[in-house]
Design a protein around this ligand. Structure first.
Ligand SMILES: C[S@@+](CC[C@H](N)C(=O)[O-])C[C@H]1O[C@@H](n2cnc3c(N)ncnc32)[C@H](O)[C@@H]1O
Length: 369
């Protein structure tokens, strides 16, 4: 530890020295390293601008407009009702970020990232609601000192006030969650088969997208979604709409206060733990453990801190969840420790296609608890 500290202190002194920077730029190998580091710092500095370029593209529906084929600046300016000089700044900026691509002397078409964003409808919905986060982050120090009136905590009312349920609020955030849930469900269920399981209980299951997908994939399965009353209504409506009402049921309640229904042989927590502080997470995990059959399986999926395959993503979730009013992204080691303290064992990570969005774990009740 002392040697590591000495080495890191030396590194920090060198990197902080303008003379050192000038000298490394003279040699090809060190120049390459210095340029890469400068680029990384620049990207952190410019990150807000990048996200506002994306936000403007989404607000103006540029990706949808260009999906039909290339358009000129004048055509886009007329369609978007933005003066051409201003719009061209955006178009050029978006092209630098590969959201768009130049086409001929005066035309534009989708860039590869803009095209990819259309394949993930959740992205546009996330971007649209991000104005709340950026409103809160406009003064980051004020937010860190006092988050009690943040815009994001009004949006996610249950975070600031556990158990809060109100129809309009529930509908708004459930729609946002549903937009990205189909990707999450595909990822989780591709890595954790529910073959041979009879009943799934999806705790905090939102408007039922995950449970509905599980029911479609595993025809012998039945599922219950447990969520706040105003959200459970939406899950019930989904099951009816999708012809799953015989096998899918929705139950309203408070997962921190009410006993969870027993009888399921798989209980899932998808994107739940990171929303809550440690004391509530422990209470929830103990409640899940009590509801679990001795041969039951806990299925957990969420984005995590310190994910090597997605460096930096933890920074987003740390700030987002702070602004939201509760919760934090946790590392796999931290979640494992909490699961074991709540009476689970055999914690396994199953892998996932997009560790940026979700990592998938299973655990089983510990024999002695
Ligand atoms: C981030 S969303 C995740 C929804 C869904 N699992 C998904 O991944 O799309 C968290 C869910 O937890 C639910 N929730 C929050 N507090 C709750 C409570 N005290 N009891 C039951 N559900 C709760 C919310 O209503 C919301 O549907």
């Amino acid at each position: 530890m002392r040697l590591k500290n000495w080495l890191l202190t030396r590194r920090d002194r060198l990197l902080g020295s303008p003379a050192f920077h000038q000298s490394v730029l003279r040699f090809p190998l060190s120049r390459w390293i210095a340029r890469r580091r400068a680029r990384e710092l620049f990207d952190i500095t410019a990150g807000f601008v990048y996200s506002q370029v994306l936000a403007a593209c989404v607000e103006l529906d540029l990706f949808e407009r260009l999906a039909a084929g290339p358009r000129t600046s004048a055509q886009l300016a007329a369609a978007c009702d933005v003066p051409i000089e201003g719009l061209e700044r955006l178009l050029r900026g978006a092209a630098e970020l590969r959201l768009l691509q130049r086409w001929g002397s005066d035309g534009w078409r989708l860039g590869d990232l803009g095209a990819a964003s259309r394949g993930s409808p959740g992205i546009a919905a996330m971007v649209r609601h991000h104005h709340l986060l950026y409103q809160d982050l406009g003064d980051p120090l004020a937010l860190l000192r006092d988050r009690s009136r943040s815009a994001l905590s009004q949006y996610w009312a249950y975070a600031a006030e556990p158990g809060h349920s109100e129809a309009e609020n529930a509908q708004r955030y459930s729609e946002l969650m549903a937009q990205s849930q189909s990707f999450v469900a595909d990822d989780v269920l591709a890595h954790c088969s529910l073959e041979g399981r009879r009943e799934l209980l999806d705790v905090g299951g939102g408007s039922g997208v995950f449970a509905a997908e599980a029911l479609r994939r595993f025809p012998d399965l039945r599922a219950r979604v447990f969520d706040l009353p105003d959200v459970a209504v939406l899950a019930g409506e989904r099951f009816a709409r999708e012809g799953l009402q015989g096998r899918g049921h929705a139950l309203g309640g408070d997962m921190f206060l009410d006993a969870l229904p027993r009888g399921a042989d798989v209980i899932s927590l998808i994107r739940i733990l990171h929303d809550h502080d440690d004391d509530l997470v422990m209470r929830l995990l103990r409640g899940v453990r009590r509801a679990m059959k001795p041969d039951g399986l806990l299925l957990l999926g969420e984005p995590m801190a310190e994910t090597a395959a997605a460096p930096g993503v933890g920074a987003y979730f740390h700030l987002y969840l702070w602004a939201m009013g509760s919760g934090q992204p946790r590392s796999l080691a931290r979640i494992r420790g909490m699961l074991e303290a709540a009476g689970f064992a055999d914690v396994r990570e199953l892998g996932s296609y997009q560790p940026l969005l979700v990592r998938v774990l299973t655990a089983r009740p510990a024999a002695a608890s």
